[in-house]
Design a protein around this ligand. Structure first.
Ligand code: FES
Ligand code: FES
Length: 153
């Protein structure tokens, strides 16, 4: 089926019951989307579908339409420049091993698109489905506050 990912049209030859995560990583080589638990619990495979947070390990191709707009971490940088959310994660030291980072960045985008000035509690709630085994979360929440401040200047 045709897939529209990061404003690019792709053709997948996978079966309809294949997961989007397998297609992204194994067929299309978009490996920025990480496989953690593979059962919908950790958030490392987070992608956006029509602006909504989705777990790519839980989405089957059969659930997608060709017109769905899929955004993966590879689609966040533009014109050779990181997205401000990505820059803020670096600036706030919110990245250690980096395994959770793509999902965190995409979940942050959805939060800030809806709520440009989130409180700390709103940030925690928005990212509660994304697990990080390294940072203790505080630097991640700091990064979200940092980029929110910058974007609201
Ligand atoms: S790999 Fe999909 S939620 Fe963990
Ligand atoms: S930085 Fe390692 S899991 Fe979050």
């Amino acid at each position: 089926m045709k897939l529209y990912i990061n404003n690019i049209h792709y053709e997948s030859k996978a079966n309809a019951d294949e997961t989007l995560l397998n297609v992204l990583r194994n067929e299309l080589h978009l490996t920025g989307t990480k496989r953690g638990c593979d059962i919908g619990l950790c958030g490392t495979c987070t992608v956006l579908i029509n602006g909504q947070v989705k777990r790519a390990c839980k989405v089957k191709l059969s659930q997608l339409k060709e017109t769905d707009k899929i955004l993966t971490i590879e689609g966040m940088a533009a014109n050779g420049k990181l997205h401000p959310i990505q820059e803020a994660f670096i600036e706030a030291n919110a990245i250690q091993c980096g395994f959770c980072t793509p999902g965190m960045v995409l979940a942050t985008k959805v939060l800030l698109d809806k709520n440009p000035k989130p409180t700390r509690d709103e940030i925690k709630r928005a990212l509660q489905g994304n697990l990080c085994r390294c940072t203790g979360y505080q630097q991640i929440f700091d990064a979200v506050e940092l980029v929110a401040r910058k974007l609201n200047k």
